[in-house]
Write a protein that binds this ligand. Structure first.
Ligand code: NDP
Ligand code: 8X3
Length: 277
């Protein structure tokens, strides 16, 4: 079996949510970590914690994946011991806004496209050639259930995640002669800072997305990635789609009537996007 002991794993967007959960789990599994995001202080605090808990070797680097020059200079900032990347996790991503497309702010489109799509391409272009040359490595792209479904008011976010899926599939074809594997993990609703970011910091609106439903946790997504990464070398897990048990589709969530704080208290089925209003 392929395990993570001593493997060097670079995670983009490791300062919160799914990326942070992966950093925790992979450190526990003995991996050497390179953690990237814009909020360096968050990364430093996480690295301290992982060094203390697991004696993990962790290097942190402030990186905006949209900044092509910064991404191109990434390798020269890494210490010698962390330059051979065994696993790249393309996790950095976000949604912005939830309005009909004709009311969207084009700045939001640009931020989503540049982060979720262009940024993922920049980072992959930097790291993948060394994997191909060494004949070893794994690319993990964080897709979404929105890589396969579209929901009202989320067309552009969903388009970026459909694009991630196209890139994962295309890469797998381009690498067919190489031992490098391309894995996509596609979660549904996961309780992270995702909705707070989507609603530009409106915490009350963000919390309503998760009210009365047990969403996925970052740890659930990290465990799926761990499963895929620890398959034998001849097994390439193409994609794992993870849904919360009470989410039946992007727009269909069953919200419990038990929670006093649940605005749909007493009702049974609620439309996902309506509750995001
Ligand atoms: P969070 O908001 O908690 O985490 C997003 C991470 O991305 C942060 O670490 C953030 O760090 C980083 N990030 C955002 N923009 C940039 C950038 N320009 N450069 C570098 N890093 C960046 O959300 P999640 O953990 O939920 O999101 C992680 C991934 O999971 C995303 O790709 C998202 O689309 C996907 N996803 C999320 C789902 C959900 O329901 N939460 C479901 C399906 C997929 P910083 O701000 O410090 O740069
Ligand atoms: C995020 C999934 O549907 O909650 O990728 O926006 S969704």
């Amino acid at each position: 079996m392929y395990d993570l002991m001593g493997r060097t794993i670079l995670i983009t967007g490791a300062s919160s949510g799914i990326g942070e959960a992966m950093a925790r789990l992979f450190a526990q599994e003995g991996a050497r970590l390179v953690l990237c995001a814009r909020r360096l202080e968050r990364l430093e605090a996480l690295a301290e914690e992982l060094r203390a808990a697991h004696e993990a070797e962790v290097f942190v680097h402030r990186l905006d994946v949209r900044d092509r020059l910064a991404v191109e200079g990434l390798m020269q900032h890494l210490p010698e011991s962390s330059r051979e990347i065994d696993v790249l996790v393309n996790n950095a991503g976000l949604s912005r806004g939830l309005e009909p497309l004709h009311q969207n702010n084009p700045d939001d489109w640009e931020e989503m496209i540049q982060t979720n799509l262009t940024g993922l391409l920049y980072v992959t272009r930097q790291i993948l050639p060394q994997m191909v040359a060494r004949g070893r490595g794994d690319i993990v792209n964080i897709g979404s259930t929105s890589s396969h479904e579209v929901y009202p008011k989320g067309a552009v976010y969903c388009a970026t995640k459909h694009a991630v899926d196209a890139i994962s599939r295309g890469l797998r074809m381009d690498l067919v002669e190489s031992p490098v594997r391309v894995i996509q993990i596609s979660p549904g609703m996961t309780e992270t800072e995702f909705s707070t970011v989507r609603f530009h910091g409106d915490q009350d609106r963000a919390e309503k997305v998760y009210q009365g439903v047990q969403a996925l946790r970052g740890q659930d997504v990290a465990e799926a990635a761990l499963f895929a990464l620890t398959r034998p070398a001849h097994v390439q897990v193409g994609e794992i789609v993870l849904w919360p048990t009470f989410q039946g589709a992007s727009t269909l969530v069953h919200r419990s009537a038990d929670s006093e704080s649940n605005p749909s208290h007493g009702s049974s089925w609620s439309n996902f996007y309506e509750l995001k209003e």
